[in-house]
Each structure stands twice: as C-alpha cells, then as structure tokens.
Write a protein that binds this ligand. Structure first.
Ligand SMILES: Nc1ccn([C@@H]2O[C@H](COP(=O)(O)OP(=O)(O)O)[C@@H](O)[C@H]2O)c(=O)n1
Ligand SMILES: [Ca+2]
Length: 394
C-alpha cells in the first residue's frame, strides 16, 4: 500500500487501527522436528512500513513428544502428531490469512540418523497433512535441514558473542568472529556469509552430528554405530553400580548398566567421556574467554540440578557444571531418583565445554529459555527468511 492510503493511521494508536492491522500482519508456521520432540512455532510479524524490516509481534508455541524418528515404522502416526499441532494454527491464524500463511517443517538431527527410506516415508506423510490443510504449502515445505542452519545468534549483550545449543542427536555452536585470525584458521564449511546493511558478515556456525546429549550417552557406552546390539550389555562408570535397564533411541533397544564390580564416580567417568570428545571438535581460540548463550539440554540439566531456576534461567561458569558433575557422580546412589544418566550427562557437558570447544573454567554461560518471551530457537530466523523468500514481507 502507498503512503496515501495510510495517511489516516497517524490518528490511531497502532493497535486500534483496523486497516493497519489487516494489511501489515503476517503469520508464519514453522515446525521443528527434533530428535526428542516435535514443536510448532506460530509467529506473527508486523510490517510498519515497506522500507522497514517486519517486526516480530508474538509467538504461539507448543510441543509434543516423542519426535518423528520414534515413528520410523509408523509414518502415518508420526504425521498425526504433526496434524494435532497444526490444528492449533487453524485456531490461531485468522481464516482470511490462511492462504497467505506458509507452513514448513524442518527435521533436525534425529531424522538424519534414520535410513533414507524411513525418513522419506515420514516426510511424505507429513507433506500430505500440509496439503490437506488450508495453509500455503511452499515447495520443499517438508525437509531435513542442513545442520548449519540450526545455529543462531543473539545480540542481547555486547559481550555475549555466540550461542551453544545441545540437542539430543547433535550440538551447535555459532558466533560472529571478531578476529581475522579466526577466519583464517577455521575450516571453510564452518563459515557462512550473510548480508546486512550493505555489508557482508561472516558467521562461524557448525553442527556436530552425534554429539547431542543422547547420542553422547550411546557413544560413552560404546553403543553408537555398533552393528549388533541385541542382547549386548553396555556398561559405564558414569552409571549407578547396580543399575541394569533398557533404553530406546532412534528405533533401537539398548541394554545398559553400571560397573557392578569396577569403578564408578566422576574421575573414571570423565576419562570415559573424554574419549568421545577429545580432539573431535574444532577449537577456535577467540571463544575461550567469551561468554555464550546456552540453550536446550544445557538449560535442562542446569535446572534438574538446581544450578538455575526453570523460569528465570541464569548465568553460570563452566566450572559450575564440573562441580555439579562431581557432586552427582560421587554420590550416585543418593541422586538415584532422578535420571540414571544425570552423572553421565553433566560429565559430558563439562567435557564438551572444556575439552571439546576449549572453554575456560571461568567462561560465562547465559542460560536462557526465552528472550523477550519468545522461545530461543533457529526456527525464528528460518521463518523470517521464508516469508521474505516468498515475497510475503519485504
Ligand atoms: N524449542 C525448543 C526445542 C528444543 N529444546 C530442547 O532441546 C533439547 C532436545 O533437542 P532436540 O530434540 O531438538 O534434538 P536435536 O534434533 O536438535 O538433536 C531438549 O533439551 C529440549 O528441551 C527446547 O528447549 N526448546
Ligand atoms: Ca534442536
């Protein structure tokens, strides 16, 4: 619309101006099909004028468990879980905007670990659910995402230069390098360029498949990429001595337990976990002392052990995770009520941060679930990009 049509909008406060609201509000529906759950993000954007970027106005968020990969052998059931979430969008988006509201699903690490055939069958069923909905279904609306897009950047605090995300199957690190040196010593496929205000920026972002918390459990147990797991017992010094149990992940059943006779506790556990991370990740020098935002399982495990409050989040040092790991691992029987993997998880987080990425003991981590009441997720950037590429916003 031209400025002529909108001359009257200055007489109304923005939220009572009916035409303004209609002409400038856009919705975007983004599904995050993660390895442990499926989530819907329904974003509302408002574009105040054609020359400004659209602003995020709000988000509706819901999630279900388990993730799509758990339906590897029942793709219709998997698609049904998506449909139930999509029904929320039918309620949330005004009917006259349905046709203009794109719906997209991007699967992350969990589906990357399934066979091509099973993954495609799932995606096909989901695509059908989308086609039957009243929303705009772009080409490629259902896909497996390249890991590097999961990185996200937050600019809340000048000294916080990057983000860390720990999923079930993969983990991501993203930051804006400040030194030429970092760009020089970084593998090319860890860098992506983007344009903003007529300048080109280089972003360091990488997704490590197999280094998510749950994949790391299997790796520590020696059960990742093992051919025959049937009847095999995987043991670890990171688990309670007497424990023997079963665990289902990615459609496979694993039997695992504690070191009945051998050692348990932080020290032997750390050595076990070290084998999984040491020398496996790229360590950019400049991040050692920088502070990072940390999401997902970093957040969840910090909440589980009272390091932070669930609602508030908080700031931690890397060594806080180590202190807690020692406390839990060296008193394993006492912590039995929580997950039997708590010691292993905290030890892995400690090793990942210190030996994997190369952070210092006193590196600060800002643990956050929401920023300005919006779920922190790669989905926001992806939706923004989608609306622009479809020409829905400018
Ligand atoms: N919107 C979201 C998405 C995931 N998560 C967390 O991310 C972790 C699981 O990661 P995921 O299921 O996305 O696994 P990947 O597919 O990323 O490996 C859990 O700690 C979730 O609670 C979150 O806190 N908020
Ligand atoms: Ca994720």
């Amino acid at each position: 619309h031209s400025n002529r049509e909108m001359w009257f909008k200055h007489f109304f406060p923005p939220n009572v101006c009916p035409i303004d609201a209609k002409a400038n509000t856009f919705y975007g529906i983004m599904f995050d099909a993660g390895s442990t759950g499926t989530r819907i993000h329904i974003y509302t954007f408002v574009q105040k004028s054609p020359e400004n970027l659209p602003e995020l106005e709000g988000e509706i968020f819901e999630s279900v468990k388990p993730g799509l990969s758990a339906y590897a052998d029942q793709p219709e059931k998997g698609a049904e879980s998506v449909k139930r979430l999509l029904d929320m969008a039918i309620e949330a988006v005004p009917p006259h905007l349905w046709k203009k509201t794109p719906v997209v699903l991007k699967a992350t690490a969990g589906l990357r670990l399934l066979s091509e055939e099973k993954a495609q069958a799932l995606l096909l069923e989901v695509r059908e659910v989308f086609e039957e909905s009243p929303f705009l279904v772009p080409e490629d609306s259902v896909s497996i995402m390249d890991g590097s897009y999961e990185g996200q950047l937050s600019g809340q605090n000048q000294h916080t230069v990057g983000t860390l995300d720990l999923g079930g199957a993969s983990t991501q690190i993203t930051f804006l390098p400040r030194f030429e040196e970092t760009l020089k010593e970084t593998p090319g496929d860890f860098l992506t360029s983007f344009e903003m205000f007529n300048s080109t920026y280089k972003l360091y972002t990488h997704s490590y498949l197999g280094f998510g918390l749950k994949a790391a459990r299997l790796a520590t147990l020696g059960a990742l990429n093992v051919e025959a797991v049937d009847g095999q017992m995987f043991r670890s010094s990171c688990l309670p001595k007497q424990l023997e149990a079963e665990w289902h992940f990615g459609g496979v059943k694993y039997q695992y337990g504690g070191n009945k006779e051998g050692e348990t506790g932080f020290k032997p556990c750390y050595l076990e976990v070290l084998k999984v991370v040491k020398g496996k990740l790229h360590q950019p020098d400049e991040i050692r002392g920088s502070s990072f935002y940390a999401f997902s399982y970093y957040y969840d495990r910090a909440v589980d052990t009272n390091l932070i409050d669930y609602e508030q989040g908080g700031v931690l040092e890397v060594k806080d995770f180590e202190r807690k790991a020692k406390e839990v691992c060296d008193n394993m029987e006492r912590y039995n009520s929580a997950s039997p993997f708590l010691c292993m998880d905290l030890t892995y987080i400690t090793a990942l941060l210190k030996e994997g990425f190369g952070f210092r003991d006193n590196t600060l981590l800002q643990l956050t679930k929401k920023v300005n009441n919006i779920e922190t997720s790669w989905t926001l950037g992806a939706t923004f990009h989608l609306l622009q590429s479809l020409g829905i916003t400018h």
